[in-house]
Design a protein around this ligand. Structure first.
Ligand SMILES: N[C@@H](CCC(=O)N[C@@H](CS)C(=O)NCC(=O)O)C(=O)O
Length: 244
């Protein structure tokens, strides 16, 4: 049985959406044991987590006695294990994988940092945040512009088929209001966000760890606890404590 340790966050949603899209594609993925990791409580630093993922970050997947870390590697693993159009396994995979890696190397880190400086660093002086905020905002906007061009007139990032490139990118783009990255000048990206959200597999994948009623609009309580997690992750304390 596959075991997924995750949280309702952009990197976590990639994998929950993938599982639900596989089910939607008619694949029998078997039972999956999902454990929600409390990032605010620091579950990611506990021994049982670190044994699965030395990097102390969700998501992490255990299957067939092997631990797979990194959300995009998990997407690729599941795409290979359960062949569907989500990841073509012939040479067409080279139309898809570079955009998955583009997400992992660019969109994730840049949007993640923009979000941290925008929302989670209240105790850092404004003048100290100004340069990184501008830097990460400009780079995020540049990436959105690249995505807009890549989409062109296609419905999905890599053409006519919905693939793991869409799954990797969507969770970061869907949070544009929260991270305050203005995507409204890029209509193709806006339309694509809505198109992805309308998929039943995506709807279910976004619901892991949150009640159905909160998939699009979190309760004030959940927002406050997520903001606290974000602030504790954004502080330098955890990083310093983890250096050994
Ligand atoms: N590159 C990693 C990033 C994973 C990541 O940053 N996960 C965040 C949640 S979205 C996390 O676990 N943060 C906990 C921490 O930094 O302590 C991936 O794609 O899996």
């Amino acid at each position: 049985m596959m075991e997924l340790w995750t949280s309702p966050t952009p990197n976590g949603w990639k994998v929950s959406i993938m599982l639900e899209e596989l089910i939607e594609a008619g694949v029998d993925i078997g039972d999956v044991q999902v454990r929600m990791i409390n990032l605010l409580k620091g579950d990611q630093f506990k021994d049982d987590f670190v044994e699965r993922n030395l990097n102390s970050k969700i998501p992490t997947l255990r299957d067939d006695g092997r631990d797979i870390i990194e959300s995009c590697a998990i997407l690729e693993y599941l795409g290979e294990k359960f062949p569907t159009s989500l990841l073509p396994l012939d040479t067409r995979k080279w139309d898809v994988l570079p955009w998955v890696y583009w997400q992992a190397a660019n969109v994730g880190p840049i949007f993640g940092n923009k979000l941290s400086y925008t929302r989670y660093m209240d105790d850092v002086a404004d003048e100290l945040k100004q340069h990184p905020l501008e830097r990460f905002n400009n780079e995020a906007l540049r990436l959105v512009s690249v995505l807009n061009k890549k989409l062109g007139d296609n419905p999905w990032v890599c053409g006519d088929e919905f693939t793991i490139a869409d799954i990797a990118l969507y969770p970061w783009l869907r949070g544009w209001k929260w991270s305050k990255v203005n995507i409204t000048t890029k209509p193709r990206v806006m339309e694509w966000v809505d198109r992805v959200r309308a998929r039943p597999g995506v709807e279910r994948g976004l619901g892991y760890g949150v009640p159905k009623s909160e998939v699009d609009q979190w309760s004030e309580e959940r927002k406050a606890s997520t903001a606290k997690s974000g602030a504790s992750i954004a502080s330098n304390t955890n990083i310093k404590d983890s250096i050994q």
